[in-house]
Write a protein that binds this ligand. Sequence first.
Ligand code: SF4
Length: 363
Amino acid sequence: METLKPILFSDCIPVKGVNRSIICDTQNNKYYFIPNGLYDILKTYYGETIDFVKKEFNNEYDEIIDEYFVFLSSKKLIFFNSSPDLFPKINLKWNSPSLVTNMIIDYDDIQHDFEDIIQQLEDLKCSYIQLRFFKKTNLNFISNLIQIVNDKKARVISIDFILPYDDSFSKKELDELLNENPRIHAIIIFNAPKEKSYDAIWKKMGYLMFVKKNIINEKHCGILNTEYFYSNIKLFSESQQHNTCLNRKISIDKNGNIKNCPSMPQSFGNVKETTLLEALEHKDFKKYWNITKDQIDVCKDCEFRHICTDCRAYKENSEDDYSKPLKCGYSPYTNEWKEWSTNPLKQKAIEYYGMQDLVKRDD
Ligand code: SF4
């Protein structure tokens, strides 16, 4: 037993913040808080026995060290083996054969040529699409859009629909839509009278969610909180070298303008005259793709930085590409979450982006 050494499962990856650390269980979409002292032990004494670690601390902290490893075992984050070299670390290099991996298309009054867009997306090898509707639509229209994807035999494997609440939608019709279309990852209905979520119809696909929040335009995007954390190896590895919101993303805003994200000001041409590939080849299109959380002010000190997505559209300092996302209320220095919109230090940016109506008020 003395020769057995604690080994972290390779998909359980510790991340150090300024005050505390987390271990990201990227297999099970979970994370666990640990003190920075334990993070340092895991890094410094990797491949050593627990007795060795205790001796390194002159046996003054044996009880605490035992507690640490009991905790890690109880959460199934470690196992014991005498040959740690047999268990290499996970490779965190991220790559994709797709020129674009994900797309957002916003709908308001203008109808986009969806058939043409899907053909272009197919050429770019894009697999994930999100369609946001700011105005009411009908389920036949949604079905027709999916039919276009089916007819093209496109490689799109996941479509999210974000739709305004409409009391003419019955749960039965929505279920039928999900049942008949396994490419739908989720239908999220906003401005609903009450919050309600239903289980996925298939494993990790076919979610139906009703949320009370109203989404009247793209300014409602970019909120960062624990609900948007994803502890998975794709995001974790992508975040090492790339931006977790904009990397390999392309968007069409409600007016047909091709952008990095619909919330960003720069347009690379209108989809009526410019192809997605032409927009991608513009010298500025990829300028945010490699801004990592390790480079962003405040985020670089945050323990959540590899499971949190980013937002470069709305920043605390609109002129600084490396400024913290405006709509995050977390401080890694105090480990507290606070309402972002009422933070006095954010008011200038809120005004700049014209988001005064998003500020939460007590009255
Ligand atoms: S500080 Fe940055 S990394 Fe941390 S939760 Fe906020 S946005 Fe995410």
